[in-house]
Design a protein around this ligand. Structure first.
Ligand code: CTP
Length: 396
């Protein structure tokens, strides 16, 4: 999310301090961030903090004589690309559900026509109160997006639902609501990501260096464009993108079962996972003890999921695979395209600087029967955007 105008409404909850990080992160990415605070919020964080981080004047209810705040807030409302209220107290949710505009924050919110994200944060019982639940439902009906609160330790000492999600989760949810070109709206997209791991015995396994980053970037990008995304994921250290359904798997066989059983209901399948081609013929029941001399583990082939999809199950789905090569990148990728009957193969060379495992950038070439398109060095998020735009826009 870059170069957008984002309004952040902060109401009076203890979680207000976490918004510093959101404002800072969005501003650093070149967004024009404007913070609006209720009087109660000012008890928790000073406007000066947000002003310093956003580099914009913070809108509070204190009018200064040399400005025309009413005009200013309407102007802000009309130039906003998104409006997020976080933390949103029970009180502010009640107001926005009923069109009450009795301070600068709520008045600007009412005037704004951009996508809106509301992040409830309050005591569990206040959240569960039917009045609050009705108000949240009403906000939903009016087209606002609601980010579910997290569970955990609450400032009041209770443990339960009502915690405000961390700033990076709010930013992720915001990136999903801000996109207006939702060319995958209503489409079912399955993305596989990360490594598989093949057990040798109860202690050891065979795996690879995949971090899952490219697959997770694709999942976020597809979700941002409106798709209903299922992520079949090997073990990674990454957070599940907001709104994405994640199915955790360990082995290639589990990944094959998950992907093949869901494939019929999908409009597009992207196999970004690094699936093991071989697995031990048998898994030892007990830990294997070392002995003198060499040790050989007999391996057998796993199901080639992409090939099974392409050759046996394909029924209108757009099928995209990856090829990571160390030599003859294009020729090998073209061969995979034909052999696995995929629509596109995203080829990358791990020899290229900035491409490959664990880094945040990638450099890929998209191969199809119509030719090749080189994207060059981009962040994995931008690579994901470009892959979807090139391969999926107008095709699913
Ligand atoms: N793939 C799969 N099932 C497997 C192995 C790979 O679906 N058992 C998918 C990967 O997710 C990726 C593509 O196939 O989209 C990679 O093709 P593959 O032929 O496995 O790549 P390499 O292992 O690099 O191939 P090779 O050993 O033939 O170079």
């Amino acid at each position: 999310m870059e170069n957008k105008c984002i309004l952040i409404g902060v109401s009076g909850g203890i979680a207000a301090y976490k918004i510093n990080q959101l404002v800072s992160s969005l501003a650093k990415k070149g967004n024009d961030v404007h913070v609006l605070m209720t009087k109660e919020a000012e008890q928790f964080v000073t406007p000066l903090t947000f002003q310093t981080l956003s580099k914009n004047r913070v809108i509070t209810d204190i009018f200064s004589l040399d400005e025309q705040p009413e005009v200013h807030h309407i102007a802000l409302a009309s130039k906003a690309d998104a409006f997020v209220i976080a933390p949103a107290t029970a009180n502010i949710i009640a107001k926005i559900a009923n069109g009450i505009a009795d301070d600068m924050l709520t008045a600007t919110f009412l005037a704004a026509t951009c996508p809106k994200l509301v992040v409830p944060a309050m005591n569990t019982h206040m959240l569960e109160n039917p009045a609050t639940q009705d108000n949240i439902e009403k906000c939903r009906r009016y087209g606002m997006h609601i980010l579910d609160s997290a569970e955990g330790y609450l400032a009041c000492g209770d443990i339960g639902k009502g915690r405000m999600p961390e700033a990076d989760v709010i930013e992720d949810a915001l990136s999903a609501v801000i996109e207006t070109d939702r060319y995958l709206e209503g489409k079912n997209v399955l993305i596989s990501a990360g490594p598989t791991s093949e057990a040798i015995d109860p202690v050891r396994y065979i795996t690879n260096h995949s971090s899952g980053k490219m697959g997770y970037s694709l999942a976020r990008a597809a979700r941002n464009r409106g798709a209903k995304v299922t992520l079949v994921s090997g073990k990674t250290n990454l957070d599940t993108p907001v709104g994405v359904t994640r199915i955790n798997i360990t082995s290639a066989a589990e990944m094959a079962e998950a992907v093949l059983s869901l494939s019929d209901e999908m409009d597009m399948i992207i196999m970004a996972a690094a699936v093991a081609d071989y697995t031990p013929q048998t898994v030892a029941e007990n830990k294997i003890k070392k002995k003198e001399g060499e040790f050989v583990i007999p391996l057998k082939r796993t199901t080639d999921i992409l090939a099974s999809l392409g050759r046996e199950k394909k029924d209108g789905q757009l099928l995209i695979g990856f090829a990571m090569e160390t030599e003859d990148l294009i020729a090998n990728a073209e061969e995979k395209l034909v052999k696995k009957n995929a629509d596109f193969i995203i080829a990358n060379s791990i020899n290229e600087k900035g491409a490959g495992f664990a880094v945040d950038t990638n450099s890929v070439t998209i191969i199809s029967k119509d030719g090749q398109n080189r994207l060059g060095l981009l962040s994995k998020d931008d690579t994901a955007e470009e892959i979807l735009r090139f391969c999926a826009k107008g095709r699913v």
